[in-house]
Write a protein that binds this ligand. Structure first.
Ligand SMILES: Cc1cc2nc3c(=O)[nH]c(=O)nc-3n(C[C@H](O)[C@H](O)[C@H](O)COP(=O)(O)OP(=O)(O)OC[C@H]3O[C@@H](n4cnc5c(N)ncnc54)[C@H](O)[C@@H]3O)c2cc1C
Length: 383
């Protein structure tokens, strides 16, 4: 594999500290979290203390003021250790930018330091039972009543839904305006009328809590509005390149780790008096996997560079997500196959990665939605 050129010496020192953190604070507890269906609050506090959360938040709001590469490193090290439980990337790469870019000074001062320290765990509530890809169809309403919004509705599939102390909630503030009637509102987890439904049972990401959320006459002050009223859809779209790149970059790491696990496995396992590694089929399959890993890794690294220069378009981010998440599915399937029956056993990292990765073609914009974005752009009349 090529030596990656993205990271400085400081980044590599940080990587080492993340690795040690994962070994000490995550790996020993992960099986228990899988059984519980949720991680502990303590791991969030520990991650905050270790400087792993919201690494891009500037110092004036309590953060280290790092760049996106630091976030990438946290995500990569978590993937390497099969630590899919703590959804730090959602909190750091999705929610923190909403607050940082659209929040009022007061909101930033109130929430960002607590998000950096892990005292406050966050979530994003967009999807509803009848509106996922088509967010314009959402029904959750926030109606003005004096100095308050009164929120009624329901969300589903919300990561960190059980744990969250603060939610960026997408609501219709003017249902007559379609996309232009959507606003983002901060909702605290202890507001009266807000309740958490089931922690949903999933086929992967067993240690992540994913929930239904209910809002019944939840009153929040209008100062909880994030940015301008009616700009929610645009805000969501503006933040999507980073969200999709973050998914793609994790998928690239999953592939690379799967290749390593599989190479190790086939060198040890024997059949018909030979190592599995000694079959030509194995060499060919692994060669194909390596090809996919290298091409994906280099492409995604290039996208990260573009993103850090501010130039990653929504269409290119869609290509990154589509390519990485479709490829990781095929790669994991081949790698699992080379593990035989053991590959199907939960105790093997390849089994967990295979189940977890299926979600990446659905959430954060499905593969079909990515194809729509890319295809529409290609065929634009003014293009
Ligand atoms: C584990 C997990 C965690 C999640 N976490 C969160 C979260 O934290 N917050 C949140 O808000 N949401 C979350 N989601 C929801 C996720 O973003 C949605 O599932 C996703 O956007 C798809 O929406 P949907 O499930 O309603 O599918 P639908 O929109 O009903 O789509 C069904 C199928 O139709 C296809 N389709 C839809 N539109 C088109 C089209 N125009 N052209 C062609 N095909 C189309 C889709 O690609 C899909 O194959 C999570 C989901 C999962 C599985």
């Amino acid at each position: 594999m090529f030596q990656r050129t993205l990271f400085s010496e400081e980044h590599e020192i940080f990587r080492e500290s993340v690795r040690r953190f994962v070994e000490k604070e995550v790996t020993p507890y992960h099986d228990q979290w899988e059984r519980d269906g949720v991680v502990s609050r303590e791991v969030w506090r520990a991650a905050g203390e270790a400087g792993l959360l919201c690494v891009e938040v500037p110092e004036e709001y309590g953060g280290p003021g790092g760049d996106f590469l630091y976030s990438t490193i946290v995500a990569e090290e978590m993937v390497k250790a099969s630590a899919s439980g703590p959804v730090f990337h959602l909190h750091s790469d999705i929610v923190a930018p909403y607050v940082l870019h659209y929040g009022s000074e007061e909101q930033k001062r109130e929430w960002l330091p607590k998000m950096v320290s892990g005292e406050v765990i966050t979530a994003v509530g967009m999807t509803e039972p009848a509106a996922g890809s088509d967010l314009q169809g959402m029904k959750t309403k926030a109606e003005r009543d004096g100095n308050h919004f009164v929120i009624n509705g329901q969300k589903v599939f919300i990561s960190n839904g059980q744990l969250c102390d603060l939610l960026v909630l997408a609501c219709k503030t003017d249902p007559s305006l379609g996309a232009k009637g959507i606003s983002l509102i901060l909702v605290e987890g202890d507001r009266e009328g807000f309740s958490r439904g089931r922690n949903l049972e999933k086929i992967g990401f067993k240690a992540q809590d994913t929930s239904e959320l209910f809002f019944e006459d939840v009153r929040v002050p209008i100062t909880n509005l994030l940015g301008e009223e009616g700009r929610g859809f645009i805000q969501l779209i503006e933040q999507l390149p980073q969200e999709r790149l973050s998914v793609a970059s994790r998928a690239a790491q999953v592939m690379e780790s799967a290749l390593e696990w599989t190479v190790d496995y086939v060198k040890q396992r024997e059949a018909f008096g030979r190592r599995i590694a000694d079959f030509q089929n194995t060499r060919f399959k692994l060669a194909d996997v390596k090809m996919q890993v290298m091409v994906t890794r280099n492409f995604i690294d290039r996208c990260i560079i573009e993103h850090m220069k501010g130039g990653l378009s929504a269409e290119d981010a869609a290509v990154a997500k589509l390519h990485a998440t479709e490829t990781v599915g095929r790669v994991l399937d081949e790698c699992l196959q080379l593990h035989g029956g053991y590959g199907y056993m939960w105790e093997f990292p390849i089994a967990r990665a295979w189940a977890d990765a299926r979600m990446s073609r659905i959430a954060g914009g499905s593969s079909e939605v990515m194809r729509e974005i890319i295809g529409r752009d290609l065929l634009r009349e003014d293009g």
